[in-house]
Design a protein around this ligand. Structure first.
Ligand code: SAH
Length: 365
């Protein structure tokens, strides 16, 4: 691995930041042969190689130069925690400037999901979320986002995850950060992940979920991209009074405006939207709020545009909130379903390794 660049303001440019033409142009700019870009892309996205010594189709004399031009070292794993007999793996990464982010690989029978970060820290300040407490450090680059997925892809290809060799099937932007506040880099990452190999990783856009607090103009922009990713909206309350507290951006975009944007995303893309709702005891889990949530969602029709995903709250250190009573959770589900809203309760994989929500990066020791 090459030394990390010192004193830089931005992550070093990497081929995953660029499309196929831009990769060529970058090599030419550096006085290197443009056709090598395709070979480098094949190593990265198709062969899932990360050791320059294996790239024997590159001339030995030029190999280091080519690799540092398009495949610079981006991030170092500081720690990996495992749960579920190794099928849940959370990695804490240190980026070039010391910023810490995390990603989680979750293997289920027949599929693998990677949960990735899109920012170091987060500026949205949701009080129940560990990442929200530290504020935003910076946006991640497209390549830093992609590299989290590729690191998982390499581990799977090398049979390092119990269950045999495999590929990443799903990517969820539910790690650190607000993906729609880092719009351009996130869209770049979605394109790289879905472009066919060797330009990209070649996964289906339908396997990608972008989760947001509800930046309304960005939801509309996403609907116009023509990429069929799944949208998840972190609603957490059906009324403005409570949502203003739990998701502070709600003071800018109300529940009504936010749900309307989610509905029009579903209408335009024909993709079912997922409403995320972290169940907090005595805060947002009352039966009347379940009824209100059902009414708010079905007011846009019941053609199956939406489903609710209840998340048992993962309490953060020092937080005044705890998870709901299981009986209250069951009643909440029952009431939503009675209104015709399909509802699931998220499984809590990796809870013992703080698999949710920035807790490892917040307290790395
Ligand atoms: N900023 C984006 C994505 C990151 S968080 C968003 O807010 O959607 C992914 C999901 O985890 C969000 O629904 C978020 O509200 C939820 N979450 C955050 N902290 C949590 C906690 N302590 N327990 C349960 N879910 C939490």
């Amino acid at each position: 691995m090459l030394a990390e660049p010192k004193g830089r303001k931005k992550p070093p440019p990497h081929l995953a930041d660029l499309d196929a033409e831009e990769r060529k142009a970058r090599l030419v700019e550096l006085g290197l042969p443009g056709f090598r870009a395709k070979q480098l892309s094949t190593h990265y996205f198709a062969r899932l190689a990360d050791d320059p010594a294996q790239m024997t189709d590159l001339p030995a004399a030029q190999r280091d130069e080519l690799v540092s031009a398009l495949l610079p070292h981006l991030m170092t794993p500081l720690r990996t925690l495992e749960a579920d007999r190794g099928t849940t793996r959370k990695t804490l990464w240190r980026l070039f400037d010391g910023a810490l982010v995390e990603s989680v690989l979750m293997r289920y029978p027949g599929r693998v999901t990677m949960c990735v970060s899109s920012q170091a820290g987060c500026g949205m300040a949701c009080p129940f979320c560990a990442t929200g407490q530290g504020g935003l450090q910076r946006n991640m680059s497209t390549a830093e986002i992609v590299e989290q997925v590729l690191a998982g892809a390499r581990a799977l290809a090398r049979d390092e995850v119990p269950g045999g060799t495999g590929r990443v099937n799903n990517v969820v932007f539910m790690g650190m950060g607000e993906p729609l506040a880092n719009y351009k880099a996130v869209i770049g990452a979605v394109r790289r992940l879905t472009d066919d190999a060797p330009d990209g990783y070649g996964m289906s856009a339908r396997g990608i979920t972008v989760s947001t607090v509800g930046l309304v103009p960005r939801i509309r922009q996403l609907a116009d991209e023509g990429i069929p990713v799944t949208l998840a909206l972190s609603l957490h309350a059906p009324d403005d009074e409570l949502r203003n507290e739990l998701v502070p951006i709600n003071t800018r975009f109300s529940v009504a405006e936010t749900v309307e944007a989610a509905w029009s995303y579903a209408e335009k893309t024909k993709r079912r939207v997922s409403i995320e709702y972290a169940m907090m005891r005595g805060i947002n889990d009352q039966a009347w709020r379940a009824d209100l949530l059902g009414d708010v969602l079905t007011s846009y029709g019941d053609w199956g545009w939406v489903h609710v995903n209840l998340i048992p709250l993962n309490p953060t250190p020092g937080s005044k909130w705890t998870a709901s009573d299981p009986a209250d959770e069951r009643e909440f589900v029952r009431r939503l379903e009675a209104k015709g809203v399909p509802t699931t309760v998220r499984d809590t994989r990796g809870r013992e390794i703080d698999g949710a929500c920035g807790q490892l990066a917040a307290a790395p020791d």
